[in-house]
Every structure is written in structure tokens, then in C-alpha cells.
Design a protein around this ligand. Structure first.
Ligand code: NAP
Length: 511
């Protein structure tokens, strides 16, 4: 570490401030430590690590990516209990990572970041915490995840409802659903997990579907003790399985992304699966999607369709009309008395930006720059916001594979960025506006002709139909693109204080 970095550290300035202790923040912290960068902190608003896997406590919450692939490549877990892990196991895994790599001493829990401002004078980020404290840092890494702001639907009369209303992302574990009459609004990835989990215990379950999802069987199962033992003995075996799972998931992309013969084959598989489980033609017709497979996230489940066939379940196929003090109404005006309403209505994504104000050069506000659609260079850096880096930023969501693969690609890039920064004390790196613009134009062109823009309404798209959420291609392309950090893409900005010192030194030496 050079003298400048030392003196900053003594002045309480962090090399890196990370916001969020989920997969992104934990993964980056481990790699920072491995590369000798110790002057960092993670600011976490909750009291534990885990991000979405700490927060999403709804019954049945699980991952639809196989466990071996949904974990860090550098921290395999031979003890995964299922092919697809439930929420508790993934949360446990992240806690294990935090403990094993002694990260907790670096995490400030219950520390909510309320604002972040780039200071041009010092070239530092001033990070405001709830309570008024300001932490200075050279680089700011936003590892807050993409799915962190629950989307509450605007249902007429919901505020008057006297029963329980719960969003899947803000589940109240102390509320007992047993024996209750429950309505679930939404049929996305969260809904198809919560519905089969609560169906056996509730008295009545009314599912308000707006758009039927494409569903394929998950083929989930327990991993046997003998398999776990084999993974422990021969870690190479687990690596091999992870590789095979990656290849398998990558190979389905052509069916989901480009409307092609592969899409038709996928749709045929989806319809066949539906036919094999749902024998009632009226219910089957309600559940049959009328848009191209892949346009919305393709869902994997072994128990969703079977649950919908049970006698205590009714599917309303045209969404919710309104609510009153004790009931929920379908659009045909039919009133259903319910005790609880579960909102499985997803998250605010494409224009969410960050849940706190972030100000860059000249006080520009990220929420304004992203008011139409979020944009970043390689999903990581944003022009006008020097030394701010995003993990899981715009256009880096996977439509078909593990998000951890993307996070690890970004971490490599961020490490190279930070190494360049350390070589240039007193300077900031700002991705040039032309590079930023050209990249995003190229990305949007790549979306043309994909199923995502084929006409369905999905959270992937902004109101004007722009996709600022997903990566439009194979994940290995993203890995290749983020493999090397090119300084040429960035403007070097010298902090005003440094400039003044340099000018003073110059005038002294001339004098
Ligand atoms: P989602 O996929 O956005 O689904 C929201 C559901 O609510 C949709 O069915 C939507 O209908 C419906 N909806 C929204 N507003 C509504 C309204 N006003 N009235 C009636 N229905 C309404 O949200 P999610 O299920 O929470 O999943 C979000 C993302 O989280 C997923 O795409 C995935 O990336 C992630 N996730 C992953 C897993 C996993 O296994 N890895 C599990 C859960 C979630 P429309 O379809 O008509 O819009």
C-alpha cells in the first residue's frame, strides 16, 4: 500500500465501501481480502447477512437454479441437501461464508445507507448513514441486489381490508394461515412456490392470476448422504456436476431468447406437462399461456399444477378488481370473503435505481438519470458517477442461468478496477459518456427480435418497452466481456484538492 493510501486510511477513509451483505457483497469482500485489500467495510441495513435469502421467508421459498451452480465457484458446498436449495439452506450457506472468511468484523450491521454523494473536491464518496454519521470512501460498491423493493399492487379498497395483507418479500412468520380463507395475487416465481406450500393447510385458496406462466417440471429431489460423501471425498466430482449444470442451463437459452423452433419445442413440453397433470379442461385452458415461452421468466415446479387441482383451490383467471373490508372481488363482480391476502406481485425493478439518493458529478441524481430506464457500462459503472460500481446492475440479470455466474464476472472486473485506482492516488475513474452510450445502444440492439420484446408484459421491461434488466445473450459472452478492464474506457478525474496541491507544488518549484 502506498503512502497516500495509508494516510487516507489513517484519516478514516475506506478504500471500498460496500452496500449490502448478500451474495454480491459477501463474494466481493472475500475476493478483496484474498487480493490484499483490507481497508473496506460492508454496510448492511439488517442484522444478518443474506440479502434476498434472508428476507424472503415465505413458505416454500427456494431457488430454481441447481444448488451446485447457485453457489460461489470458490466455495463449493458438498452438503447441499437438495438438488434445488430451499431459502434456509442458501441463507445458511451465506452465513457460513461470512464466518469462514471472518467477514463479520468488517460488516456494520443495522447500518442503513441513506444517501451517497460524490465529493469532487476530495474525489471521495460521502456515505450517509441513518443516524447522521458520514463515512468517507474512495470507491462505492452497490451490492444491493435487483430485487429489493417489493411491488405493492394498487388494488382499489386494499387499504380498507381488515384482514391480513402480506407481500411474499415481507412475510410475517408469526401469522398463522392454517384454516384460513386465503387469496394469492400473482402467479410468478414466488407465487408458484408459496401456493403449493400453503395449499394443504388453508381452508380455501383463491389464486388471482393475471397472466399464466409457462411452467416446466423442476425434478427436484433430496441429495442422498452417499452423494454428499462423494462430493466431500472428490471435490472434482462436484466441480464436474456444476460444469454440466452450467452447460445444460446455457443450452436452453436459444429456446427462451429467440422465437424459434426451439421455442416451439419448449412450448410443446410445457403444454404436455400441463396436460399430464391438469385433467380438468376448463382449468387447463385458464393455465395455458398465450404468449411465446421465454417472454416472461419460465418457471420450474413439480407441485404448482398439482396444488391448483386440489378441491380447496380456485383459479381466477382475470385478475383482481377490488377489495372491501372483508372480501376480494374478481373482475366479473364475484365477491369472495377472505381472511388474508398474499401479494406475490414481485418487485420494482427497471426504474428502481437505488432505494437511496446517489449524487454524482455536479450533484446529478442517479434516480433522475435512471428515471426512464437504468443503464450502466457492462452493468457495472455509470458515467457521471466516478468510482461507483454496481453488482447485479442494469442488464445483467440472467434469463436462464445462475446469477452467481454474473456476480463472479462482475467481481473480477471490480477487482481490476480497484487495482487501477490504487495505482492512481487522488484520482477517480469515470466511464466516458461515449463508451457508456455506445455500449447501451449495442445492448438494446441485441434485444431486437428476442422473445422478451415479443409482446408480453413483464417486469423485465420499462413502460416504454425497453429491457434494462436482462443480459441479452449467453452468459459466457458476459464473462468474456468483463474479463479485462480497459483503462481506455475511462476518464481519469483528479480530485480538486489534489489538483490544488499539484499546482501549488508547481508554483513553488517554479518560484
Ligand atoms: P413476478 O415474477 O414479477 O410476478 C408477479 C406476479 O404478480 C405476476 O404474476 C403478475 O402478473 C402479478 N401481478 C403484479 N401486479 C399485479 C396486479 N396489480 N394485479 C394482479 N396481478 C399482479 O414476481 P415474483 O414472483 O416475486 O418474482 C420476481 C423475480 O424474483 C423472479 O423473476 C425471479 O427473478 C426472482 N425469484 C426467483 C426465485 C428463484 O427460484 N430463483 C423465486 C422467486 C423469485 P403479470 O404476469 O400479469 O404481470
Amino acid at each position: 500500500m502506498n503512502t497516500d493510501n495509508n494516510s487516507r486510511q489513517q484519516a478514516g477513509v475506506l478504500d471500498v465501501a460496500i452496500v449490502g451483505a448478500g451474495f454480491g457483497g459477501i463474494g466481493l469482500a472475500i475476493q478483496l481480502q484474498k487480493s490484499g485489500i483490507d481497508n473496506y467495510r460492508i454496510f448492511e441495513q439488517a442484522e444478518d447477512v443474506g440479502g434476498v435469502w434472508r428476507d424472503n421467508l415465505y413458505p416454500g421459498a427456494a431457488c430454481d437454479v441447481p444448488s451446485h451452480l447457485y453457489s460461489f465457484s470458490f466455495e463449493p458446498n458438498p452438503n447441499w441437501g437438495r438438488l434445488f436449495s430451499p431459502q434456509q439452506e442458501i441463507h445458511r450457506y451465506l452465513r457460513h461464508c461470512a464466518d469462514k472468511y471472518l467477514l463479520r468484523r468488517k460488516i456494520r450491521f443495522s447500518s442503513q445507507v441513506t444517501a451517497a454523494n460524490y465529493c469532487e473536491r476530495s474525489g471521495e464518496w460521502h456515505i450517509e448513514l441513518a443516524g447522521g454519521e458520514v463515512q468517507r470512501a474512495r470507491a462505492l460498491v452497490m451490492a444491493i441486489g435487483a430485487l429489493n423493493v417489493p411491488q405493492y399492487p394498487n388494488i382499489d379498497g386494499m387499504d380498507r381490508f381488515k384482514g391480513k395483507v402480506m407481500h411474499t418479500a415481507e412475510w410475517q412468520t408469526d401469522y398463522e394461515l392454517r384454516g384460513k380463507r386465503v387469496a394469492v395475487v400473482g402467479t410468478g416465481a414466488s407465487a408458484i412456490q408459496v401456493i403449493p406450500s400453503i395449499q394443504p393447510k388453508v381452508a380455501e385458496l383463491t389464486v388471482f392470476q393475471r397472466t399464466p406462466p409457462w411452467v416446466l417440471p423442476k425434478h427436484d429431489r433430496e441429495l442422498r448422504a452417499t452423494e454428499q460423501l462423494r462430493f466431500k471425498r472428490w471435490p472434482i466430482l462436484q466441480k464436474l456436476i456444476r460444469r454440466l449444470q452450467y452447460i445444460k442451463m446455457e443450452s436452453v437459452l436459444p429456446a427462451f431468447i429467440w422465437d424459434s423452433v426451439f421455442t416451439r419445442i419448449g412450448e410443446w413440453a410445457g403444454r404436455s406437462y400441463l396436460r399430464s397433470v391438469v385433467k380438468d379442461p376448463a382449468l387447463r385452458s385458464k393455465l395455458t399461456p398465450n404468449y411465446s415461452m421465454g417472454c416472461k421468466r419460465v418457471l420450474l415446479s413439480d407441485d404448482y399444477y398439482p396444488a391448483l387441482c386440489k378441491s380447496n383451490v380456485e383459479v381466477i383467471a382475470d385478475g383482481v378488481a377490488r377489495m372491501d373490508e372483508t372480501a376480494i372481488y374478481s373482475r366479473d363482480g364475484e365477491r369472495r370473503e377472505v381472511d388474508a391476502v398474499v401479494l406475490a406481485t414481485g418487485f420494482k425493478v427497471p426504474v428502481a435505481g437505488a432505494p437511496m439518493p446517489i449524487r454524482g458529478i455536479n450533484g446529478r441524481l442517479l434516480a433522475d438519470d435512471w428515471s426512464v430506464a437504468a443503464e450502466a457500462y457492462k452493468g457495472i459503472t455509470v458515467s457521471g458517477y466516478p468510482n461507483m460500481l454496481y453488482l447485479m446492475g442494469p442488464n445483467t440479470g440472467p434469463g436462464n442461468t445462475s446469477v452467481i455466474f454474473y456476480i463472479e464476472s462482475q467481481i473480477r472486473y471490480v477487482l481490476q478496477y480497484l487495482q487501477q485506482l490504487r495505482k492512481r492516488p487522488g484520482s477517480s475513474l469515470d466511464v466516458s459518456p461515449e463508451v457508456h452510450r455506445a455500449f447501451n445502444e449495442r445492448i438494446q440492439k441485441m434485444f431486437q427480435g428476442t422473445t422478451w420484446t415479443s409482446g408480453c408484459n413483464s417486469w423485465y421491461l420499462t413502460e416504454d418497452g425497453r429491457n434494462s434488466t436482462l443480459w441479452p445473450g449467453f452468459s459466457w459472452r458476459y464473462r468474456l466481456m468483463t474479463r479485462h478492464f480497459s483503462l481506455g474506457d475511462y476518464r481519469l478525474i483528479q480530485a480538486e484538492e489534489e489538483q490544488a496541491v499539484a499546482e501549488l507544488n508547481e508554483s513553488v518549484s517554479v518560484g
